[in-house]
Design a protein around this ligand. Structure first.
Ligand SMILES: [Zn+2]
Length: 285
């Protein structure tokens, strides 16, 4: 089965490099990506633009817009990306230049959306600072991926990353598609309600487990944890709403594909693992 991974990273972020080496045992490199993604028939991926200006700086207030994929000078052929937005730069004198840069990058055919780091950046998604970003998303008809749920940094603030916040912008911007990342975990049922109620909101299934293949196998045995995810899938009852994603390099690719396959009924694999991401991100081929 052909797969699109709707949520990966390909940025030079220290905590990702350390996690890949010590926790998920992933070869986080150009070659590592090409080898592993080809092996598992992942024909395209969407990287979430992210950068840090100093070690462990992420979430970094100093990064200019857009934040991109800077792990390697070259992007693998089948990697598309969402432009990472740093809201701290969208103020004052620099606001218009920063927005111009976002718009210019959006014209690149590998740029397929925006990524907002709610929780990491201490702004609500309905803060007016993001309004021009939503306007650009509407103008270019690209989706906005919103980080949701737990933050992979203690500096994150969880009130900003609750999936219920996405309802506010979804109602206000009916002409923009939003993708709640990580199923809003652990607030999976809240996420399920937001995507069920709003025709323009979806969720990706990335980042529910961080670790190597043994860890994934072990977590997949924990009924209460798995039920947290299943409850959201069952409540929503619409597999057009979910996109497969991993959050690579934070987890072993093959093990995570098997984990999600075990949760999604087989009849819906084609939609969740391929069609939905292809349609939303308008990925060719
Ligand atoms: Zn991520």
């Amino acid at each position: 089965m052909k797969v699109i991974d709707a949520h990966i990273h390909f940025s030079n972020i220290n905590s990702f490099l350390v996690t890949a080496r010590e926790i998920s045992k992933v070869d986080y490199s150009y070659q590592g990506y090409c080898q592993s993604f080809a092996q598992h028939q992942v024909v395209a991926s969407v990287g979430m633009g992210l950068q840090e200006t100093k070690k462990d700086g992420f979430p970094d207030r100093e990064c200019g817009n857009p934040m991109l994929l800077d792990l390697h000078p070259q992007l693998p052929d089948n990697v598309y990306y969402c432009l990472g937005v740093n809201p701290y730069k969208l103020h004052g004198d620099q606001k218009n230049t920063e927005l111009d840069k976002l718009e210019r990058h959006l014209q690149n055919n590998r740029a397929v959306g925006f990524k907002i780091y709610a929780g990491y950046y201490h702004y609500h998604v309905f803060n007016e600072v993001y309004e021009p970003v939503y306007d650009l998303a509407a103008k270019y008809q690209v989706p906005v991926v919103i980080h949701s749920g737990n933050t992979y940094s203690e500096r994150g603030r969880l009130k900003y990353s609750h999936p219920l916040n996405v309802d506010e912008v979804a109602v206000k911007h009916r002409n923009v598609d939003f993708i709640i990342a990580h199923l809003g975990c652990p607030w999976t049922l809240d996420c399920a309600e937001v995507i069920s109620k709003n025709t323009n909101v979806y969720a990706d299934l990335s980042g529910l487990i961080v670790g190597d293949s043994l860890t994934v196998a072990r977590e997949a045995q924990k009924k209460l944890f798995v039920d947290l995810v299943k409850a959201a899938l069952v409540y929503t009852g619409n597999y057009q709403k979910f996109l497969f994603g991993t959050d690579w390099p934070l987890v072993d690719l093959g093990a995570y594909i098997d984990f999600i396959k075990g949760l999604v009924p087989r009849a819906h694999h084609q939609d969740v693992f391929f069609n939905n991401a292809k349609r939303l991100f308008k990925i060719e081929g």
